[in-house]
Design a protein around this ligand. Structure first.
Ligand SMILES: Nc1ncnc2c1ncn2[C@@H]1O[C@H](COP(=O)(O)OP(=O)(O)O)[C@@H](O)[C@H]1O
Ligand SMILES: [Mg+2]
Length: 262
């Protein structure tokens, strides 16, 4: 029987462990991610969320474990056995990484248009007019006025910078986007608008996303599935509504109830 690509995982993670010297970053993490699926990694500060995300996105080599990724040609590859050129290709085209602080994901001293256009040039686009038109279109999609295209992000508000970072990441139509607390540094009113925009883009583009957040409201709004981390271990996982409405683990119950109190 033939299967379509969508019946196969995009990411297959087994036994993923990262030690910092003797300290545990994350331990024995096992999961699969399917195309178009949004997975939230939640847990309190220090539980291992960022460590896990960085290992998954090849920014931090794990101590042990295997991460396999389904390449565009359908082959399943061990991420830590890719050539540097293959890894760069993923980072520039097939993947996005949205940092909590936009300054970590943008070039602050070049124009907004160039921040978006650069990613297109990295995938081989050479036609200046086309690149500029696509950049302008993407500024519009993230609700940045087109007349700001030649301004650099230093003159942007926090929310605008974060929307620009999102445009820069999504312009190459990635299949997988990593996000680390993408709304974390913003005012509450700005957060709500950004979340709404993110939710729309992710659904429209059918993106697979792994999002780290300590905010269960963000996980509730964006994710299909949740993994709860504590002390480097995944202690509970499942469909988002199930885990948040009916948590099994006492620790998850605590997390959920402290959110309900605010
Ligand atoms: N660069 C590092 N060196 C040593 N220990 C680290 C480093 N980064 C994280 N840790 C430790 O690993 C554990 C998990 O941290 P982290 O992944 O940053 O958690 P989270 O993102 O959930 O706050 C913590 O105990 C933290 O102190
Ligand atoms: Mg973190």
């Amino acid at each position: 029987m033939s299967v379509t690509l969508n019946d196969e995982p995009l990411l297959n993670v087994s036994g993923l462990t990262k030690y910092y010297g003797g300290r545990i970053g994350c331990q024995d993490v096992v999961f699969q991610l399917w195309p178009g699926e949004v997975l939230a990694i939640v847990g309190e500060s220090g539980s291992g969320k960022t460590t896990l995300l960085n290992c998954l996105s090849t920014r931090l080599p794990p101590s042990t474990g295997v991460i396999e990724y389904r390449m565009r040609d359908g082959s399943m590859r061990n991420l830590y056995q890719l050539s540097e050129a293959e890894r760069r290709f993923l980072m520039r085209t097939d993947w996005g990484f949205v940092h909590q602080h936009a300054a970590d994901g943008l070039r602050m001293t070049v124009s907004a248009g160039a921040n978006v256009g650069e990613r297109l040039m990295a995938v081989g686009d050479r036609h200046y007019g086309k690149i500029r038109a696509t950049a302008a279109d993407w500024l519009g999609r993230v609700e940045i006025s087109e007349d700001r295209i030649d301004d650099d992000p230093r003159s942007f508000s926090g929310g605008m910078r974060q929307r620009l970072q999102i445009a820069r990441n999504l312009v190459t139509k990635p299949r997988l986007v990593f996000m680390d607390e993408p709304t974390g540094g913003l005012d509450v009113s700005v957060q709500a608008r950004l979340l709404d925009l993110l939710r729309q883009l992710v659904a429209d583009m059918g993106l697979a996303v792994i999002i780290v957040t300590h905010d269960l409201a963000v996980a509730r709004l964006l994710s299909h599935r949740i993994m709860v981390m504590k002390d480097g271990l995944v202690i509970e996982s499942g469909l988002t509504d199930q885990v948040l409405d009916d948590p099994r683990e006492p620790y998850t119950q605590l997390l959920v109830s402290s959110i309900l109190q605010v």
